[in-house]
Write a protein of this length. Structure first.
Ligand SMILES: [Cu+2]
Length: 177
């Protein structure tokens, strides 16, 4: 595939609207690499997972590979609420972990600490909420096998209004790229 063809293909993909209902293939990394598509900090790595659930556009989903001895795994995702009703990410489950918690990062004194977000993460109407390394994350506990780069971690996201969606998060390097 030559470069011009690749560029034209990307543009044509970008021009398509999302299909309604049903999860999109997790392998739509080409869209993620389009410059300017995501203005938020903590850009997701290429190949990150996407899904569509009602008014919610889910993108930039990935987890980081776990280093030897690391007891927990971290996952990241971006959720855009294109609807008129506020929603909330209430919980996450995964067959790869005994438990998944939603955590936020907070600076206390000069130390960055994480704590569980109780009651879920609000996804207001019209808003884009990003779980990124400096803000929030999914924390995988009681992990069955350490997350290995190149594999996939299946998760189910549960929302207050939109319901639930399965998404396969690719495992990227421990550095997050
Ligand atoms: Cu955490």
């Amino acid at each position: 595939m030559n470069r011009n063809y690749a560029a034209a293909l990307l543009i044509s993909i970008g021009a398509l609207s999302f299909p309604s209902g049903g999860a999109m293939a997790e392998d739509s990394g080409a869209m993620k690499s389009m410059p300017g598509m995501h203005m938020d900090a903590g850009a997701a790595p290429p190949g990150s997972a996407t899904a569509k659930l009602g008014d919610l556009d889910i993108s930039g989903g990935y987890v980081r590979a776990m280093l030897p001895g690391q007891p927990v795994g971290g996952g990241y995702i971006t959720i855009h609420n294109g609807g008129k009703i506020d929603d909330k990410l209430t919980s996450v489950t995964s067959s790869a972990a005994g438990k998944v918690e939603l955590h936020e990062m907070k600076i206390e004194g000069e130390i960055m600490k994480m704590r569980e977000v109780k009651g879920g993460i609000a996804i207001p109407a019209g808003a884009t909420v990003t779980l990124a390394p400096s803000t929030m994350h999914m924390m995988f506990k009681q992990v069955k096998a350490p997350f290995k780069q190149g594999s996939v971690v299946p998760v189910m996201l549960m929302f207050d209004k939109a319901g639930m969606v399965d998404i396969n998060l690719p495992v990227v390097s421990a550095k997050g790229s």
